[in-house]
Design a binder for this molecule. Structure first.
Ligand SMILES: NC(=O)c1ccc[n+]([C@@H]2O[C@H](COP(=O)([O-])OP(=O)(O)OC[C@H]3O[C@@H](n4cnc5c(N)ncnc54)[C@H](O)[C@@H]3O)[C@@H](O)[C@H]2O)c1
Length: 441
C-alpha cells in the first residue's frame, strides 16, 4: 500500500442530474429502460460497477469492503432526468421497440418513462453517416450556428427540468473515419473552423463543443474523434469539465482485453488473432459502410499492441497477424456473435489454438457502462477533475490519454487504475497488492 493523502474536495450530489444522450437508439434506450426498471425494482443492476461493486480499503486484515456507492458521493438514480437528440422523431418507447433489444413485456413496465423522452432535432451531416437519412434534423447550415442552437437547447433543458447538473454522452452512430486537421489544433482554430464550415468538423464535435461551452462533461461511446483532439482538451480544461472516450468496451474487445493479458502473462507466443462479428442492428448497418467501419477497425485493432508490447517481445509478438471484421447480418438484430480464433505457440514451438464464440447482446453489455460513465463523469466534474479522465479507460476500447502517453488496455490494470482513483479521491491508501507487509509484522 502507498500512503494516503488528503481527500479531494467533492461537491455533494444534490438535486437533479440531467443526462443528455446524443442518439436515442439501441444503447441509449436500453440504458434508460434498465435504470427505470432498476428504480421500480423490476430488475437488478447487473453489469454495473457503481451499483454492485465493493471496494477494499486498507489492509486485507482490516475487512473494510464498503460498496463503491457508499464510499463516494454518486448521484442517486432517482435524481436522473433524460434528454436526447436523434435524427428520427421516435420517442424513447418507439425507439426501444424498433431496436428490439428488450422484449415488449419488459419494455411495457417502463413504457411511461420511455414515452416521455422525445428527442430534440439532431445536428446531422450525411457525409459522416452515409447509411442513414435523417428526418428530424436541424435546418441551419452554419456549424457555429448549429453549436449555438445546441447550447441554447441545453440551457433550456436545464431550466425546464430544474437540473442541478448536466452530463452529455455520445450514444449515436459511429461517424466516418476522420483524422486531426488544422481546425482541431486549438480552441481558436476550432471556432474559426465552425464559422467557416470546415468539412473536417463532424457533428459529434459540434455536440462536444456545445457541451463543453455549456460547462458540462462529455463522454464518447463511439470511436469517432469527438472530444479526442487538442482543441477539445484545451476547451475542457478552460471550462473546468471532464472528457472521456472512446468507444464502449463491450463484446469482442472486452474478451480480447481479458484473454490477451493472461496469455501474455504466461509468455505464450501469438502468431494470429482473427476476430469476426455478425450483427444485424442499425449499428451494424452503419458500420457496413467502409468509411464508418474504418473508424471502428482502428479502435478495435489498437488494443493488442499495448497489452503484448511487441517492441519488448519481438520473438513472441512481432509477427502476430491481427484481423478484425464486422459483417452486417440482419437476422441476428442486436444479438451479435463474435468469433475469435487465436493461434498460439508454446514451449518447443508447439502450436495450439483457442476459439472463442461469444453469443452476446451488444446493448445489454453497453447499457451498464453508460450508467457507470454518467455517474463517474458527474463525480469527476464535482471533484473539479478537468480534461481527460484516463481512470475511466476501463470502459473504453480506445482510451483517451494525454498526448505522448500510451493508453492502458489491459482490463485488470484499468480496473486497478479506476479503484485506486476512487481511493485517491477519498484520501484512502492506494492498494498495490504487494502484500509483503503481512509477513513482516
Ligand atoms: N452496443 C455496443 O456494444 C457498443 C459498443 C461500442 C460502441 N458502440 C457505439 O455506440 C453507438 C450507439 O450504438 P447503438 O447500437 O445504440 O446504435 P443505434 O444505431 O441503435 O443508435 C444510434 C442512434 O444515433 C442516431 N444518430 C445518428 N447520427 C446522429 C446525430 N448526428 N445526432 C443524433 N443522433 C444521431 C441514430 O438515428 C440512432 O438512433 C454506436 O456508435 C456504436 O458503434 C456500441
Amino acid at each position: 500500500m502507498t500512503q494516503a493523502h488528503h481527500p479531494i474536495e467533492i461537491k455533494p450530489a444534490k438535486g437533479k442530474l440531467g443526462i443528455l444522450m446524443v442518439g436515442l437508439g439501441a444503447v441509449a434506450t436500453t440504458f434508460v429502460a434498465g435504470v427505470e426498471g432498476i428504480r421500480k425494482g423490476v430488475r437488478k443492476p447487473i453489469g454495473s460497477l457503481t451499483q454492485n461493486g465493493h471496494i477494499r480499503l486498507g489492509k486485507r486484515t482490516d475487512h473494510r469492503n464498503p460498496l463503491v456507492k457508499e464510499l463516494i458521493p454518486l448521484a442517486d438514480l432517482n435524481d436522473f432526468v433524460y434528454g436526447a437528440w436523434d435524427i428520427f422523431p421516435d420517442n424513447g418507447y418507439e425507439a426501444a421497440c424498433k431496436a428490439g433489444v428488450l422484449p415488449r413485456d419488459l419494455l411495457d413496465k417502463v413504457k411511461d418513462d420511455l414515452s416521455v423522452l422525445e428527442p430534440m432535432k439532431a445536428v446531422f451531416d450525411q457525409t459522416y453517416c452515409s447509411r442513414l437519412q435523417g428526418t428530424h434534423v436541424k435546418t441551419k447550415t452554419n456549424k457555429m450556428e448549429l453549436a449555438e442552437a445546441l447550447i441554447q437547447e441545453i440551457a433550456e433543458f436545464k431550466k425546464k427540468n430544474n437540473c442541478d447538473r448536466l452530463t452529455m454522452i455520445w450514444c449515436a452512430s459511429t461517424e466516418a473515419y476522420n483524422t486531426l486537421s488544422p481546425s482541431h489544433q486549438n480552441v481558436k482554430s476550432f471556432e474559426e473552423g465552425l464559422k467557416n464550415n470546415d468539412p473536417r468538423i463532424s457533428p459529434s464535435m459540434i455536440y462536444a463543443y456545445a457541451a463543453l461551452k455549456s460547462k458540462i462533461g462529455f463522454a464518447n461511446g463511439a470511436p469517432n474523434l469527438s472530444v479526442d483532439c487538442p482543441a477539445m482538451n484545451e476547451l475542457a480544461k478552460e471550462m473546468g469539465v471532464p472528457i472521456s472516450g472512446k468507444d464502449f468496451k463491450t463484446g469482442q474487445t472486452l474478451m480480447k482485453t481479458i484473454v490477451a493479458p493472461g496469455l501474455a502473462a504466461r509468455y505464450l507466443k501469438l502468431t494470429g488473432w482473427y476476430s469476426t462479428n455478425i450483427l444485424g442492428n442499425r449499428d451494424g448497418e452503419v458500420l457496413d459502410a467502409p468509411e464508418n467501419f474504418k473508424t471502428k477497425e482502428t479502435s478495435k485493432l489498437s488494443v493488442l499492441d499495448s497489452i503484448l508490447k511487441p517492441d519488448l517481445y519481438p520473438d513472441l509478438y512481432k509477427d502476430l497477424y491481427h484481423k478484425v471484421r464486422i459483417n452486417y447480418y440482419p437476422p441476428r438484430g442486436d444479438n451479435k456473435e463474435g468469433w475469435d480464433n487465436i493461434d498460439i505457440v508454446g514451449w518447443m514451438g508447439m502450436p495450439m489454438q483457442l476459439k472463442i464464440d461469444f453469443l452476446c447482446r451488444d446493448s445489454i453489455l453497453a447499457a451498464p457502462l453508460v450508467l457507470d460513465l454518467v455517474l463517474f463523469m458527474d463525480l469527476a466534474h464535482r471533484a473539479g477533475m478537468r480534461g481527460i479522465q484516463e481512470w475511466l479507460s476501463f470502459y473504453y476500447k480506445a482510451p483517451m490519454t494525454k498526448e505522448g502517453l500510451e493508453p492502458v488496455h489491459n482490463l485488470f490494470h484499468q480496473e486497478m487504475k479506476l479503484l485506486n482513483t476512487l481511493r485517491y479521491m477519498m484520501g484512502e491508501d492506494q492498494i498495490t497488492h504487494l502484500g509483503i507487509e503481512y509477513y513482516q509484522e
